[in-house]
Design a protein around this ligand. Structure first.
Ligand SMILES: Cc1cc2nc3c(=O)[nH]c(=O)nc-3n(C[C@H](O)[C@H](O)[C@H](O)COP(=O)(O)O)c2cc1C
Length: 208
């Protein structure tokens, strides 16, 4: 499918038909989240994939509108880090060193650069920065799903404390930023017939 066709066909599904996405398709979509760009490559997030019916059921009370969670195939939960410590940065550099087969020392200029960027931010700024990275993952997942003919609904409409308690998230260290329900649209979901509402080009784009 052409990417503009896929994106035009995509809409935020309110009700899925409860069919389960094949594993291979799910894996392809998840890899697109893995391949998301992130500032300094630090990937300051974690991606939970809720596949068990039991956990999906448990999560229903966390959502203001439960119709997506109760009918989706999978629910992806993107969790942002609230801080970046020395251990995390060291882990990142050990990983680069392994993957690219270079010494950790040869990466010192990049490491100093990262320390500089991280140290000049306070915890709130680090957290705001981390959350922005999470939305890039969200966009990649939604885009890949559309290409794979899988429907989605991005959702921020959840009770923060409830979802974090159910998922056993330490709110001091992490935050559930956004979730993405995946599945197949239900024939009963009237939203699929609605025209897209977007700003006209001349209000959205400015060529300079
Ligand atoms: C970050 C984000 C959070 C959203 N949260 C919700 C939500 O909690 N519930 C919902 O039904 N739709 C949610 N939406 C969907 C938007 O309402 C929708 O994208 C917008 O109205 C445009 O419609 P479309 O996606 O169908 O083209 C969210 C979208 C984004 C990008």
């Amino acid at each position: 499918m052409n990417y503009l066709e896929a994106l035009s066909k995509r809409y935020s599904v309110k009700k899925f038909n409860s069919e389960i996405i094949p594993q291979e398709t799910l894996q392809n979509i998840l890899q697109s989240g893995k391949l998301a760009a992130s500032s300094l490559g630090l990937q300051p997030y974690k991606i939970l994939v809720v596949e068990s019916e039991e956990m999906k059921k448990k999560l229903i009370p966390a959502f203001y509108n439960p119709s997506q969670v109760s009918t989706c195939s999978h629910l992806i939960v993107i969790i942002s880090k609230r801080s970046i410590n020395e251990n995390y940065i060291n882990g990142y550099f050990n990983h680069i060193s392994e993957v690219r087969n270079v010494t950790v020392e040869s990466l010192d200029p990049f490491k100093n650069n990262i320390h500089h960027h991280i140290n000049e931010k306070n915890d709130e700024e680090i957290f705001n920065w981390a959350e922005k990275q999470s939305y890039i993952v969200l966009a990649n997942l939604m885009y890949a799903a559309a290409i794979e003919n899988i429907d989605t609904c991005p959702m921020e409409g959840f009770r923060q404390d409830v979802i974090e308690e159910i998922l056993n998230i330490d709110p001091e260290a992490e935050k559930v930023t956004v979730t993405l329900a995946l599945g197949y649209r239900s024939g009963e979901d009237s939203f699929q017939h609605m025209k897209k509402v977007r700003k006209p080009d001349d209000k959205l784009f400015k060529f300079i």
